[in-house]
Write a protein of this length. Sequence first.
Length: 382
Amino acid sequence: MAEERTARRAPALAYPAGPAEARGLDPASYRDPEIFARERARIFSREWLCIGRVEDVARPGDYASVDIAGEPLVMVRDRDGALHVHSRVCRHRSMILVEGSGNAGNFVCPYHAWTYALDGRLVGAPEMDRSPGFARERCRLPGPRVEIWLGFVFVNFDPEASPLAPRLAPLSGALANWSLADMVTVRSFEFELGWNWKVMCENFIEAYHHLGAHRLSLEPFLPTRLVQVEESKGPYAIVHMGHAKPVGHVPEEARAPTALPDIAALTAGQRGRSSLVHVFPCHLISPEADRMEYYTVFPLAPDRLRVRKHFCVPRAALAEPRTDAAIGELAARHLAYRIEDVAINDGVMKGSGSRYAARGHLSHLERPLWDFRRWWDERMAD
Ligand code: FES
Ligand SMILES: [Fe+2]
């Protein structure tokens, strides 16, 4: 069959030998406040978390507020072009310094007008010259560690954490042909949802559910039978979804996107499929033949999260007159099939509260969930 030529089925990956069966997470881990508090301490306080991309603050003075792991932060480009991520909690009496995004020459606290330079230095503190022990020069906004990986901005609240890029070296190689660092974000959408953050990530990274939840929408174009799971070489998972050649009547929502020119550096194999990447704990990327989509995931509570969906294109595509309309069409289509995932994840959250909910056996196509579960177990263990 035609589609088998573009994406041959890979042999199913075997689960590691040992006493552990390949089962999913305990459903209680989607709802338990104590587990969420432990995740905040063990995972969100220690692991690299994506908060956006460098082009979100492209020009000197650009800033973007972001809240992650309970921390109000601001990402900002200073006058010299350096990118910083600061706490946006005032050093005086903890007022939130700035909200939203925009362009500023400095940050002036709305409470007593202490003023911070874009690089975080306190440069103004009215009426503080009679406060013993206060030295403006020694005061600056603190912040997490920052690392840029392929244009994504990651933060880590653990000063001892090892750098991110070496952990992701094989993944960087696998994504090299997309030149992600040269892409720019052209559309973003934000949603607040009643799900645990792991439910979102697990739903994202497996395409086993195309034959169920997306039977009429995605399955004709991205059929479960053409899904391949790559063996993981680090704290991430990669899944490829071969593109099927449509046969017979194909509903409008299931047609292959015809958006932008393919990225020239991609191999024929890379053009003939869509892929999913989950960088643990919660960075989700979809490299496509002509673009990249990604989610930023902000866990708010055991059963609540904020997600932002972003569409990114090669910088050169900005000059193409049809880019805007094509991305608009893609975004509309995406929002339509997301409704199917919303219903599924809502159902899983409800089901996980049942006394009868259990750790189920996983399919070989859910290998990424198994890899993620072991990664999670290691960090959550005593
Ligand atoms: S709390 Fe910011 S200046 Fe007082
Ligand atoms: Fe889905």
